[in-house]
Design a protein around this ligand. Structure first.
Ligand SMILES: *Cc1c(COP(=O)(O)O)cnc(C)c1O
Length: 369
């Protein structure tokens, strides 16, 4: 079986974990947490990093920390994982969706300005699958209309837009450290910001909104227990030491697939690069020229014990949101097409070159039938 993802844990992970056990520091109070926060913030180039239990938790905190609430609108892509949309919906705010670009799979920045009105509070960008969103037009819109920029960089550790690291653009940016991301903590996430008050507020919200001063156990607002443990941070710190190798290997994996599949017919392949970034290939995705071809390919690869995943499903097609009367009858044709016809191949850091070649060979053979 070639799973769709296997992580790489071959650095100091075991040493640091042993230290957790030997010292007894296993909760969020342990020393690896602030070490990991400081080192990752330094790497990304932000003043602050707030480690949390996962990337979705980071988004919950980001939305609340910016005081986005009832009736506010947040412009975001329809083609994304549900996390950012559910964070917006759960505070009573409304996601305003835009379609994606058919080639980069990222939100179409040309659709944004028309959707800005008095209720718009923020633009939430989600960098999808390996190439970043075109940030310059978004930065211009945020300053023209005085909007917050929230950056979901959960798939972009080490990726840059015009040579500036993703996750350093937002008023608040977030990362995930799930095992299929470029660096992992098992489960985990981090919020990045430059503003001191925002940093303090995020730290408070992740810790049940305990007040930093005054009588303990007296609360003025609702927060969450979204803390990261010392055990997670220990793994994260070891992973961070190797992040440049991970990024380099991810690019090698993507380029090896691209070369192997160069002449394949019936599928669109990801771009190796565009005018502002080199693809970091968080996953290696393909879009088949029909839904049937997509399903048949996945079935064929499954037969050969090759793991695949379908692409994200559009937010405007989510039954849970439609039942809330959100996005009824909306159409976003580019996103609908890649959501129904797209899937990705095993592309985690643990994959070997011979596994990539095996997967490519089976796929090529099937495409020629
Ligand atoms: C993985 C991911 C998340 C969610 O992170 P979790 O740690 O799994 O909660 C959010 N946004 C994007 C774009 C992701 O890829």
């Amino acid at each position: 079986m070639i799973p769709v993802n296997t992580p790489l844990l071959n650095g100091n992970e075991l040493n640091y974990l042993t230290e957790c056990i030997n010292t007894g520091w296993i909760s969020s109070e342990g020393p690896f947490v602030s070490k990991f926060e400081n080192e990752f913030a330094k790497y990304i180039g932000t003043n602050y990093g707030i480690a949390v239990s996962n990337g979705s938790a980071a988004l919950d905190i980001a939305i609340k920390a910016l005081n986005i609430g009832l009736g506010d609108e947040v412009i975001m892509p329809t083609f994304t994982i549900i996390s950012p949309a559910q964070s917006v919906v759960s505070v009573g705010a409304i996601p305003v969706l835009v379609d994606c670009d058919p080639v980069t799979w990222n939100m179409n920045v040309n659709e944004i300005e028309n959707k800005i009105n008095d209720k718009t509070k923020a633009i939430l960008v989600v960098h999808i699958y390996g190439l970043p969103v075109d940030m310059d037009p978004i930065l211009a819109l945020c300053s023209k209309y005085n909007l917050f920029l929230i950056e979901d960089a959960a798939e972009m550790h080490g990726q840059t837009y015009k040579n500036k690291l993703c996750g350093s653009f937002g008023d608040i940016s977030i990362f995930s450290f799930y095992p299929n991301k470029h660096i992992t903590t098992g489960e985990g996430g981090m919020i990045m910001c430059n503003n001191f008050e925002l940093n303090e507020r995020c730290k408070k919200l992740r810790n049940l909104a305990f007040e930093p001063s005054g009588r303990r156990f007296v609360h003025n607002e609702i927060g969450w227990n979204y803390r990261m443990t010392n055990i997670q941070a220990a793994i994260g710190l070891a992973q961070l030491e190797r992040i440049n190798d991970h990024v380099k290997r991810k690019r090698e994996i993507g380029i090896r697939y691209l070369n192997n599949l160069k002449y394949i017919k019936g599928y669109e392949l990801p771009l190796e690069k565009n005018e502002y970034a080199e693809n970091i290939f968080w996953i290696f995705g393909l879009v088949a020229n029909s839904e049937k071809r997509c399903n048949d390919t996945v079935a064929e690869l499954t037969k050969h014990q090759i793991g695949t995943r379908p692409f994200f499903w559009c937010m405007h097609k989510q039954p849970v949101f439609n039942r809330m009367n959100l996005f009824l009858n909306e159409k976003h044709p580019n996103a609908e097409k890649i959501a129904t016809n797209g899937f990705y191949l095993p592309s985690g850091l643990g994959i070997t070159d011979s596994e990539i070649d095996y997967v490519s060979e089976k796929l090529l053979k099937f495409s020629n039938l």
